[in-house]
Design a protein. Structure first.
Length: 267
């Protein structure tokens, strides 16, 4: 047998096997990771930027006390910005105020799902090819608008009202919620379910409930489809095509005279 000769070994004097030079591999991997991460970081910055500007524009246009939550969906965002159209944008805003121009009823929460959002040709507004929305109308706000304490009824299409009487007592009344044309919420088929209501009170009750509530403080182009009574308030569901977002001043004047609507800067 061949004797083991230490001189024939390839091991260095310290007895450890030689290490291969892995530096080129590490450099190549690092470069590849950098190539992947840099576009991701740039796209993320672009997404955050357009979300922030859209939130700022929406807050300015709708006069909300705080900026809404905005999420631009789809990757990459940079190519969407270059094309001038954001494929999908979700917006959730709170406490959209009522005014003489928009009507008596505030919107507690408005959630929007927008498809193909872009600026108009004259940069006066932002336009969505289509939109789906839900609007929460709280019972305290409904109570302030109608003048009576409003709460949830026993059915999804029903509300309950507590009508105070001059004697100090209160009468419980229910009414069915309906959706006539023109983005209005109507109350009909009211019935006294507790207590006695004088004839004069019944006539007054009928006059109040016969007046539909007009929803005006919502983006132009949305159409009210249904209203449901929930624990928190009435939930209105809306859809629309060619939905326009204008600044509050433009919406109030009904024109597009401004050369730079606050909404258009978000895109």
């Amino acid at each position: 047998m061949h004797a083991y000769d230490h001189a024939d070994t390839a091991f260095p004097a310290d007895g450890h096997p030689p290490r291969r030079n892995r530096r080129p591999v590490a450099v190549a991997v690092g470069a590849l990771i950098a190539l992947l991460l840099v576009p991701l970081a740039v796209d993320r910055f672009a997404r955050e930027r357009v979300e922030s500007r859209t939130a700022e524009a929406f807050q300015e246009g709708m006069r909300t006390p705080s900026a809404p939550a905005v999420h631009v969906r789809g990757f990459p965002v940079l190519t969407q910005l270059m094309s001038g159209t954001l494929r999908h944008v979700d917006i959730t805003a709170h406490d959209i105020p009522a005014s003489e121009a928009t009507g008596p009823l505030p919107v507690s929460e408005l959630s929007l799902r927008l498809a193909e959002l872009r600026k108009s040709d004259d940069d006066t507004e932002a336009l969505a090819r289509s939109a789906e929305a839900t609007a929460l109308l709280s019972y305290p706000d409904l109570s302030d608008t109608l003048g009576w304490e409003i709460s949830r009824g026993t059915r999804p299409d029903q509300v309950r009202a507590s009508v105070p009487l001059p004697t100090g007592d209160a009468v419980a009344v229910t009414a069915t919620v309906s959706v006539p044309s023109g983005n209005r919420i109507a109350f009909k088929d009211f019935r006294v379910t507790g207590g006695l209501l004088p004839g004069v009170g019944g006539a007054a009750l009928g006059r109040v409930f016969e007046r539909p509530i007009q929803l005006r403080n919502i983006p132009q182009g949305l159409r009210l489809r249904s209203v449901t009574s929930t624990e928190s308030g009435l939930v209105a569901r809306l859809t629309g095509e060619s939905v326009a977002f204008r600044s509050a001043d433009d919406a109030r004047s009904g024109g597009t005279s401004r050369s730079n609507s606050s909404y258009s800067k978000g895109i």
